[in-house]
Structures are given as structure tokens and as C-alpha cells.
Ligand binder design. Structure first.
Ligand code: KG4
Ligand code: ZN
Length: 330
């Protein structure tokens, strides 16, 4: 079964093809340069750019796989969360294509798509497991007691982990998105040189908080700490905070496996540090950690595998879509 997946939740246009759970190919058209001079994503520009590039991108991805639209057995797109204009572009395109081809349409939750990419590491993984989602917009820790059920254990109280990377990178005069830039600069720095506080130290719950680190970074920069040391120390503390919280949750809930997804899952230090915990870790392939279309098709494939129905044609773009909860949500 061949599925096309589309993600236009923010500023990247992602298109991917998946056959029976295997990624046949994918492409991401980045809008980073377009938004760079405004210092952030301009939603209306993002929508227009998605509209401009989506159709040629779909053609390119199909062409590279040697396929035609008529080979598709289903079309999936992110319905939320994200920016409403960009979401509408991908969602409407996907519905139109599916309707035209006479195949089912799947509206996919963006976070579920990130998790589906991480599960590629072991397609046989079955619940229970923990799922950490750390992206530019989210830092959520879920317990997944059964297929498709997500019990929220904790979330960020302020900035998302990726957002903190982006903001501190900007402060240091680095590029956007900030994660890869900080990671690169951090390699030349001393990760103990700058005394960042550990966020929410000693908490019993599983929340996160990263805005204090951003404020601290500004203060340390003023004091004249070296930028490489700042990057390394900041990265270490963010990673420690994520890993410590997940390890504690895994112990408390008796879970052995952890799926780590979202753009921050591309971070090499995070992967190394998690590898030391003795937990069973599942990370997405690095090129599928950040937003892409293949993960959307993978999530649709998961649904088909579970015997779930396609989405209704009336499914709307939902900027603040909560992750679908099962009956045993706490
Ligand atoms: O999942 P994603 O592509 O988009 C959202 O849905 O938000 O995540 C993007 C975020 C950005 O904030 C970016 O700085 C961060 O992921 N990121 C990283 C790395 N690569 C991307 N953060 C830390 N280290 C990285 N290597
Ligand atoms: Zn994302």
C-alpha cells in the first residue's frame, strides 16, 4: 500500500512516500531563507510559499520513486497543531488529491507523525512505552499504555526545548533554526564553564521549563563568557533536564522503552546521553527527526495497520489540536 504524506504545519513543506511502512523517498522544501530577514516565521508568507511549492514537490517525490499519482492508495496530511494558513494549504491539497484519485484521506496529528518516525527504529515496538516530543513548538512527555493512547505526564511550562535552542542561538548571533548551530559551536566549548541553573531541580512531577535558561544565557553573555562555552553549557543543561525527567518517569511508571521524537531528537548529545541510561531508546533517523512528509504517511500507515478508518472529508485545520486520547487518559 503506497501512501503520500504532506506536512505544512509551519515553515517547511514536507512531502514523503511510504510503502507498507517503508519510506520510499521524501523531500523538504525549507522556507528558512524567506523568513530570515523578519527574525521569525511570517504565517501569510509561509502559506503562499506552501501553495507555490507543494504541487511541484509532490511531482518530484513521485517522479524520483518512479511512481504516478494513480499509484497512490491514500493521501495523508497534517491537520494540526500548527499555523492555520499553512495547515490549510496541505490539508486542502491532500483532500483534493485523494478525492480526485478516489482514495482515502488521512488527517494526521503532527506529534503522532513525529512519533511514527521514531518508531521506524523498531517497527515491532508495542506499548507500553514513554514518548518524549521535543520540537520547536512542543516539549511533551507522554506515557503510551496502549496503541494510539497518550497520557500526558508533563510538558513545558514556558518555552519549548527547540524554541530555547532557537532563542539562545539568536542571542549568540547564530543561524536559524538554532539547534544544529548551537550543537556545532558546543563542540568547541567547555560544557561546565558556564553555571546554568538546572530547571525545576528537585521537582516530583515531569514538567519542563526552559525560559529561565534563555534569561540566564543573556546575563552570562553580558558577563563576557565565551560563546562556545555558553553553547556547550546550555546544551548540556537542556539535555540533562530532558534526560533526568524521562529517566525518573520511566522508573516511576515501570517503563523500559522510550521513543524520542521532534526536531531536538536530532541532537547528538541528547542521543549520547540517553544511550548511557540503560533504557531502550528509539530515535528517528536524523533526516526524519525534523518536520517532513514521510512521518505523516508513516502515521497514516500505523492507523491502517490498526484497522482504523480514514478521516472524514470535513476534518478542519486545527491549530491547537490536542493529541488524541484514549479512554484511559488520566
Ligand atoms: O520538529 P521540528 O522540525 O519542528 C517543529 O514542529 O517545531 O523542530 C524544530 C526544532 C527547532 O527549534 C530546532 O532548533 C530544533 O528542532 N533542532 C535541534 C536540532 N535540530 C533541530 N535542537 C537541538 N539540536 C539539534 N541538532
Ligand atoms: Zn514538528
Amino acid at each position: 500500500m503506497i501512501l503520500l504524506g504532506i506536512d505544512t504545519s509551519c515553515d517547511d513543506t514536507g512531502v514523503g512516500l511510504v510503502k507498507d511502512g517503508t519510506v520510499l523517498g521524501h523531500r523538504v522544501a525549507s522556507q528558512t531563507a524567506l523568513h530570515a530577514e523578519y527574525g521569525g516565521v511570517v504565517p501569510e508568507f509561509a502559506s503562499r510559499e506552501h501553495t507555490r511549492v507543494l504541487d511541484p514537490l509532490v511531482e518530484a517525490v513521485l517522479g524520483e520513486a518512479g511512481l504516478r499519482p494513480s499509484d497512490l492508495d491514500g493521501v495523508a496530511a497534517t491537520y494540526g497543531p500548527g499555523l492555520v494558513g499553512p495547515l490549510l494549504v496541505g490539508l486542502t491539497y491532500a483532500k483534493g488529491l485523494a478525492l480526485g484519485l478516489g482514495v482515502p484521506f488521512f488527517g494526521v496529528h503532527h506529534l503522532e507523525a513525529h512519533l511514527a518516525a521514531a518508531r521506524l527504529a523498531d517497527p515491532g515496538l508495542r506499548p507500553p512505552y514513554l514518548a518524549l516530543l521535543a520540537s520547536g513548538g512542543h516539549t511533551h512527555l507522554f506515557d503510551v499504555p496502549a496503541e494510539g493512547r497518550y497520557v500526558l505526564l508533563g510538558a513545558t511550562r514556558d518555552d519549548a526545548a527547540g524554541e530555547a535552542f532557537d532563542k539562545v542561538a539568536r542571542m549568540l548571533g547564530l543561524g536559524y533554526p538554532g539547534g544544529p548551530w548551537i550543537a556545532e559551536l558546543a563542540e568547541q566549548g567547555d560544557d561546565r564553564a558556564v553555571p546554568f541553573p538546572i530547571p525545576l531541580k528537585g521537582q516530583k512531577g515531569y514538567d519542563f521549563s526552559f525560559s529561565g535558561l534563555k534569561t540566564a544565557a543573556a546575563r552570562f553573555l553580558e558577563k563576557g563568557y565565551a560563546k562556545a562555552d555558553l553553547a556547550a553549557s546550555f546544551e548540556r543543561v537542556v539535555v540533562e533536564s530532558l534526560v533526568e525527567t524521562v529517566v525518573r518517569a520511566a522508573r516511576d511508571r515501570g517503563r523500559r522503552a522510550v521513543v524520542v521524537a521532534g526536531g531536538v531528537a536530532a541532537n547528538a548529545r541528547l542521543r549520547r546521553r540517553f544511550a548511557e541510561t540503560g533504557l531502550r531508546l528509539l530515535f528517528p533517523p536524523p533526516d526524519l527527526a525534523t518536520d517532513n512528509g514521510a512521518m505523516v504517511a508513516l502515521a497514516a500507515w500505523d492507523r491502517i495497520r490498526r484497522g482504523q478508518s480514514p478521516s472524514p472529508w470535513g476534518l478542519e485545520a486545527t491549530p491547537y489540536a490536542p493529541l488524541s486520547h484514549g479512554p484511559d487518559v488520566e
